[in-house]
Design a protein around this ligand. Structure first.
Ligand code: FAD
Length: 426
């Protein structure tokens, strides 16, 4: 909304960002880097300044890092760059007609451009007993602190869901000497995101960590009075539990957008430039569904890379340099000594080629559709992951034979990329 100042000139009210997480912070930082000089306000409903979530299920839970070290920037950064950071405050309504948002505390905020970066919320376990004390979810620093406290007294931990978060929690809990059982309704771990070969490898690795993995198994009920004592599984099996950690996926936080009449379909629908149906509103990160630049299919990604690169893309557009969002997706997960890194989108893969030897705990799986490389999943093979990032960003491929041939020189292949494409792959 622009009103006029004393000289009759339009007065800018700047950019308002909903959500003080990874993407919200990035929009503000990139706007200032791009020389944007108007007001920037980030409104977040958590207490903390923007922080990194990935360590919550890894180093932070293990006690290997502190809350302060998770912060993306210290308080002084926001002051120095005149970014208004409003914490502990929820945006409760978007008034598109008046170009302003209502807050849970204080006066409404007007915007010239609004960026929705509200992330996601945990999918809840729909079983009897799910509200008992000792049934916990992990999304925020506060959740991680609460889980840490319960860890101390817990002996038997049940993890519901063998996705990334569930397996990272199992890896930490087993390292802390707990008895860990992971319950997964699907036939293999991380099945929505990785190839069979990677699932099999991680199932074996968790068995070595001492984790009991029960696939093809449903968690049907949580038992206890006041506190959790056990869980009932399909097949009339009962497993003791004094802590149940639930990691069964997340749902996009798209309710504000939906209430404001913006199209929503598994996330806030945006175009190739991350604009919603309203030209004054963008959406990024976990809450946004956007067209994949390669296939055109609508996708919603839950990763740091996606939130950061989309934040940068929107900031550039607002600062006057519009471009479609075309970053190559990548992701990582740390489970004990295993670093899993993935690049590309592998839906539609019909052929996989393993490079290296899983028995050596360092290998990659190259995923193809026909002869076209869709993505690479690497375990403790950072160089192959980086190779994939550069190759896919340049829009190029290797053949399945080349991928499987350890004598095929990946570095030399990168050197043959067209210079202009390498530059744009940055
Ligand atoms: P978020 O960072 O979640 O920020 C959204 C913020 O908006 C939140 O603070 C939320 O409370 C706030 N909010 C929501 N609604 C409102 C409102 N109405 N008003 C004000 N504020 C609001 N990704 C990886 O790539 N690798 C990993 O290893 C990895 N590990 C992870 C481990 C854990 C435990 C978790 C929870 C996530 C992990 N992720 C990982 C995912 C990654 O952290 C997210 O994809 C990323 O944070 C998304 O950024 P975002 O800005 O979209 O959302």
């Amino acid at each position: 909304m622009t009103s006029n100042n004393a000289n009759g000139q339009p007065m800018s009210v700047g950019v308002v960002i909903i959500g003080a997480g990874q993407g919200g912070y990035q929009v503000a930082a990139s706007l200032r880097e791009a020389g944007y000089g108007e007001r920037i306000t980030i409104v977040g409903d958590e207490t903390e300044h923007p922080y990194q979530r990935p360590p919550l299920s890894k180093a932070y839970l293990l006690g290997d890092t502190t809350a302060e070290r998770l912060l993306l920037r210290p308080q002084s950064y926001y002051e120095k760059h005149t970014i208004d950071l409003v914490t502990n405050t929820r945006v409760t309504h978007i008034d598109r007609a008046a170009s302003r948002v209502a807050l849970s505390s204080g006066a409404p905020l007007a915007y010239d451009h609004l960026v929705i970066a509200t992330g996601a919320r945990n999918r809840l376990l729909p079983v009897t007993g799910a509200t008992l004390d000792g049934v916990m979810y992990l999304r925020t620093l506060a959740d991680a602190d609460a889980i840490k406290q319960h860890f101390a007294a817990a002996t038997n931990i049940v993890v519901a869901g063998a996705g990334f978060i569930g397996l990272e929690l199992a890896a930490v809990a087993s390292k802390l000497g707990k008895q860990v059982v992971v319950i997964e309704p699907l036939p293999r771990v991380m099945s929505r995101a990785v190839s069979d070969a990677i699932s099999q490898f991680f199932a074996g690795a968790h068995a070595q960590f001492g984790v009991k993995l029960m696939v093809d198994t449903r968690l049907e009920r949580i038992n206890g009075s006041g506190r959790v004592m056990s869980v009932s599984l399909s097949g009339a099996v009962e497993v003791p539990a004094d802590l149940v950690l639930v990691g069964i996926g997340i749902l996009p936080a798209d309710d504000l957008a939906q209430a404001a009449g913006l199209p929503v379909a598994n996330g806030i629908v945006v175009d190739a430039q991350l604009l919603t149906a309203d030209p004054k509103i963008s959406a990024i990160g976990d809450c946004a569904a956007f067209p994949d630049s390669v296939t055109g299919a609508m996708v919603r990604l839950e990763s740091v890379q996606n939130a950061v690169d989309q934040g940068r893309c929107v900031a550039k557009r607002i600062a006057g340099h519009p471009a479609p969002y075309e970053a190559v997706p990548w992701f990582w997960s740390d489970q004990r000594d295993l670093k899993l890194q993935m690049v590309g989108l592998t839906a539609g893969c019909d052929r996989t080629v393993v490079r290296g030897n899983p028995a050596e705990r360092a290998f990659s799986v190259f995923c193809f559709r026909g002869d076209t490389l869709l993505g690479i999943e690497s375990v403790n093979r950072g160089a192959e992951h980086m190779f994939g990032r550069r190759l896919l960003a340049a829009g190029e491929s290797v053949t399945p034979d080349e991928a499987g041939d350890l004598s095929f020189d990946l570095k030399a292949r990168l050197a043959r990329l067209a210079p202009a494409r390498v530059a744009s792959a940055g």
